[in-house]
Write a protein that binds this ligand. Structure first.
Ligand SMILES: Nc1ncnc2c1ncn2[C@@H]1O[C@H](COP(=O)(O)OP(=O)(O)OP(=O)(O)O)[C@@H](O)[C@H]1O
Length: 523
């Protein structure tokens, strides 16, 4: 959190000054109370009216600062949370792709939405409230000095005691917040899962399952939320109890000093209010400290990076060499001692019955499953030691699902790369037989506007546009009609510069002869 506060240090400094002025005006207003009482005790009504006017002005000033602070704080917190979100996204892009995939989209959404909201409320807002309580306590202690040093001494002792007593609760609260964040993640993730699967439930005539499953998920979340609230409120009440005891002790001492004739009667009204200020802020101080430390696990989660380091694959890929590769999912051994070679410019089809490991092999080749044993070399470099970004700058992967962004067709093809010319887009559309879409280039499209075959051809166009000579496909032409599938397949098979590796269930006689090797995987 410190890092983001320092990132906006001047704006934060201004904010701290505003908070100090705000606290000074409210403490000042409390002090005028005793001055008014003393004027009344001296039967000086004009003096009383004068202090009343001062008090009204201080309250107006307090309201003015409160307004400015509210607006400025919202702005400041939004700047900082934007920066945290940017950092999270930047970490995703710097880390390995398998690191991104280790969470589902619901988890990422929950972090970017719920966790950031908790950081805004329990982290930043609490930090500023904490500063307010520090200023209020400080100014109140200064104000108390004008009454009696013994009141100040007792206030300082109680302040220190009440600051340190609740420390053990902080770590408890930290754990509770961590658990609650996980509960939030699970909620979003499960809701995404059921809603995504609604189509399957609908056509299996099991619509009711959506309501039942979502209700169960929400009920689990509700009980976690109730437990979280029960535990955190209990901690907060214990802290409030400490504060009441402190406040009453000060008032008792002031009463004793007035009774002994050592301080004026007016002191009771101000000391009552000022000690109220101090101990109420202290309760908040403790709660705020706990709240601030409770967001630590959220920051840890946000900043957890899996660095994508390794050596760069700077040269063109001449060959991929697989020797004695073993791969298992738990007890399920998918490959044992697999040996394969893929050479530059050659064409490979990977076939095999369902579950034989075709997609697993592609995932291993792409560097997404590095927990294999054996050797897998890109040229002379072992895949495990390669920098992933340099690998994807040499290969293109096209899966069986192409995501269409809600944006123009042009951006969907160029992926917002402004260096890609209109001519390049036109050429690529011609290659993938999508010239019919040329007049719609600047139209905003979404997934529903295109046929499955068109979407897949856009996926292929994206890869070809990047001039990758090493193309790996996983059933990418499965949704195309025979003509379009042949057109694209022939383009890849007839181009001697392209190394083409494809998983397929649809080998036809014509293309079979064009493959250099048909790799049959067995269960
Ligand atoms: N993430 C995973 N966790 C555990 N087991 C997995 C995982 N992914 C795949 N498997 C298992 O590994 C084996 C190979 O799966 P894979 O998806 O590679 O097969 P495939 O040949 O591509 O199948 P299909 O033709 O049906 O797509 C299967 O037994 C599958 O259940």
């Amino acid at each position: 959190m410190k890092r983001y506060i320092l990132q906006f240090k001047y704006k934060n400094l201004l904010h701290i000054i505003l908070l100090a002025l705000n606290s000074a005006s409210i403490v000042g207003a409390s002090v005028t109370l005793s001055l008014m009482t003393n004027e009344l005790a001296n039967k000086n009504f004009n003096g009383f009216l004068w202090w009343l006017l001062v008090e009204i002005s201080l309250y107006l000033l307090y309201m003015f600062f409160t307004y400015i602070i509210e607006v400025h704080q919202t702005q400041l917190i939004q700047f900082m949370s934007l920066s945290i979100r940017e950092q999270y996204i930047s970490n995703i892009t710097k880390a390995t792709f398998s690191n991104f995939q280790s969470k589902d989209i619901g988890d990422h959404l929950s972090i970017l939405n719920n966790d950031i909201k908790m950081i805004e409320d329990s982290g930043f807002s609490s930090f500023y409230s904490l500063l307010t309580t520090v200023f209020t306590t400080l100014f109140s202690i200064i104000a108390l000095l004008s009454y009696d040093y013994r009141i100040v001494a007792l206030t300082i002792i109680l302040t220190l005691l009440l600051t340190y007593l609740p420390r053990p609760f902080a770590s408890k609260m930290e754990n509770l917040m961590g658990d609650f964040s996980t509960a939030n993640e699970n909620l979003i993730s499960e809701l995404t899962d059921y809603l995504t699967g609604y189509k399957d439930l609908y056509y299996s005539n099991r619509k009711l399952s959506l309501t039942i499953q979502i209700k169960k998920t929400i009920q689990t979340f509700i009980s976690q939320k109730i437990e979280f609230t029960q535990k955190t409120t209990f901690i907060e009440i214990i802290m409030a109890l400490f504060s009441i005891v402190g406040q009453m002790s000060i008032i008792l001492l002031t009463g004793l000093l007035i009774a002994a004739g050592q301080i004026s009667l007016g002191a009771i009204s101000s000391v009552g209010q000022i000690s109220g200020n101090i101990f109420n802020s202290l309760t908040t101080f403790n709660q705020l400290q706990v709240a601030i430390s409770s967001v630590k696990p959220l920051f840890n989660k946000l900043e957890k990076e899996t660095i994508n380091d390794g050596t760069n694959l700077s040269e063109e890929i001449n060959a991929i060499d697989i020797q004695n590769l073993n791969y298992s999912f738990g007890d399920n051994k998918v490959f044992s001692n697999l040996n394969l070679t893929f050479e530059k410019g050659k064409k490979y089809a990977i076939i095999g019955e369902s579950g034989s490991g075709k997609s697993t092999l592609i995932n291993i080749l792409l560097g997404n499953s590095k927990d294999y044993s054996g050797l897998l070399k890109y040229n002379a470099s072992e895949l495990k030691n390669l920098n992933e970004s340099s690998l994807v700058s040499k290969i293109a992967y096209i899966g069986n699902h192409t995501h269409i962004f809600n944006d123009t067709l042009r951006n969907n093809i160029s992926l917002w790369d402004s260096n890609i010319s209109n001519q390049a887009i036109e050429n690529i559309l011609e290659k993938v037989n999508l010239l019919e879409l040329l007049p719609r280039l600047d139209e905003i499209i979404s997934s529903d506007f295109l046929s499955e075959g068109q979407k897949q051809r856009i996926g292929i166009a994206r890869a070809l546009l990047r001039n990758r000579n090493f193309i790996i496909m996983d059933e990418a032409t499965a949704n195309l009609d025979r003509n379009n599938a042949n057109l694209i397949e022939n383009f890849l098979l007839d181009n001697p510069d392209i190394t083409y590796i494809t998983v397929t269930h649809h080998l036809n006689n014509e293309s079979t002869n064009k493959f250099n090797n048909i790799i049959q995987l067995k269960k």
